[in-house]
Ligand binder design. Structure first.
Ligand SMILES: Cc1ncc(COP(=O)(O)O)c(C=O)c1O
Length: 388
């Protein structure tokens, strides 16, 4: 294998709900969701049944034929995301869906579409952002270490998070060179260590995009899919983006990405495309996720359990700051608290994520995690932090 990942010495071979199991059958509480990917729970029964049924019928045929499963998925996703659907007559009923395979690909396509639509080249991105590893997505990602020389471009202007004056200056700088095609924003930055964009900042993005003719791309790949208690984290700011990019949770582990595209964009044949995106099997997975989220009230659960976790963890010694919303929680640890994620895994059998070199613990569990499971995680975190 091409050795690019730092891995724990654990092999996970099975999962159910918020639990995963190693080869010896030892259980681990998954408060990480495989990096915010598991939304409705590992091996959720309706999901397994839907994917199995589809696989037995037809796994794949290309986008050169009618794929009815895409319509079904668009309907269900539109309903759960509040983007409207024929069935619900939702306010945003004319939104369009483009299906692809990953988060980076979703962002790549969103930025391309913005550029096609406006005829412009400049992209405004936010400091600390992570948008993926394909060429434009990585260029809009504020981490030179993962940007190869071939990805370097002067088309991206970075602006600090939550600084409205700097954002305005970035628009001015773009205007000097033909104008901004797009602003791409995570309403809550994940990889940066759960940094929350202020409502004021997101509303300024919306206002400036309107004033300057740019496209608002909301990267909801980590913070979306109901994780914060609303389908899109951007929804908390009471505004609408022009394009929402999605991946991770929408497939509950089945690799898929998606763009929800505002009605004003006109598709041209061939402007976007993919071999695998939107295949029958992926759509069966995505449809099952959206249905289960609606039926089981998982967004409300994410809000309630998330609030409970924050409340209880705020009483735990060793945590300097707690950030986030719903089940997207960052625990910034006090100085000197090192190796906490590893100890949680090895000593307590609890999976968590990290950021900022381990100084921030990221909790990104499945949206079905229960209060009892949250209590187990809180107790484990308390035990590990009390050892410092
Ligand atoms: C906010 C955000 N955008 C984009 C991506 C890239 O997604 P993928 O790894 O599926 O390409 C990620 C992945 O972590 C992410 O967190």
């Amino acid at each position: 294998m091409f050795d690019v990942y730092s891995v724990y010495d654990v092999e996970i071979v099975a999962g159910r709900g918020s639990w995963v199991y190693d080869a010896k059958g030892q259980p681990y509480l998954d408060m990480y969701g495989g990096h915010a990917v598991i939304s409705i729970g590992h091996a959720q029964v309706d999901y397994v049944a839907a994917v199995t049924r589809q696989l037995e019928k037809l796994g794949f045929y290309s986008n050169s034929v009618i794929i009815r499963e895409q319509e079904v998925m668009a309907e269900e996703l539109g309903a759960v995301a509040g983007l409207g659907s024929v069935a619900t007559g939702g306010a945003r009923a004319d939104w369009q869906l483009f299906l692809c395979n990953s988060g980076a690909e979703a962002n790549e396509n969103a930025l391309k579409l913005s550029s096609f639509h406006t005829g412009r080249k400049k992209v405004i991105a936010v400091g600390g952002a992570f948008h993926g590893r394909t060429s434009l997505a990585v260029a809009a990602t504020d981490n030179p270490e993962i940007c190869a020389p071939v990805n370097e471009t002067n088309n991206v202007i970075f602006t600090p998070l939550n600084d409205v004056a700097a954002l305005e200056a970035a628009f001015d700088a773009a205007d000097e060179e033909g104008g901004a095609a797009a602003v791409i924003v995570e309403a809550i930055q994940g990889v940066a260590g759960i940094k929350v964009a202020t409502i004021e900042f997101l509303q300024a993005v919306r206002r400036l995009c309107d004033e300057r003719g740019a496209i608002y791309v909301a990267d909801e790949i980590q913070c979306g899919c109901g994780r914060t208690g609303r389908y899109f984290a951007t929804d908390w700011a009471g505004i609408q983006a022009d394009i929402y990019t999605m991946a991770k949770g929408i497939g509950n582990g089945f690799p898929m990405g998606a763009l929800a595209i505002a009605p004003c964009f006109e598709p041209q044949k061939g402007m976007l495309g993919t071999t695998f995106g939107g295949n029958q099997l992926a759509c069966a997975a995505g449809t099952a996720v959206a249905k289960v989220m609606q039926r089981d009230g998982l967004m409300a659960n994410a809000a309630a359990v998330g609030e409970y976790l924050v409340e209880e963890l705020s009483k735990v010694r060793g945590i300097k700051e707690i950030r986030g919303k719903g089940l997207m929680i960052g625990l910034e640890l006090e100085e000197g608290f090192e190796g906490v994620a590893r100890r949680l895994l090895m000593e307590e059998r609890v999976f968590v994520g990290t950021a900022a070199g381990g100084r921030v613990i990221r909790l990104l569990p499945a949206l079905c995690v229960t209060r009892e499971e949250a209590n187990l995680a809180i107790a484990a975190i308390r035990r590990v932090l009390s050892g410092f």
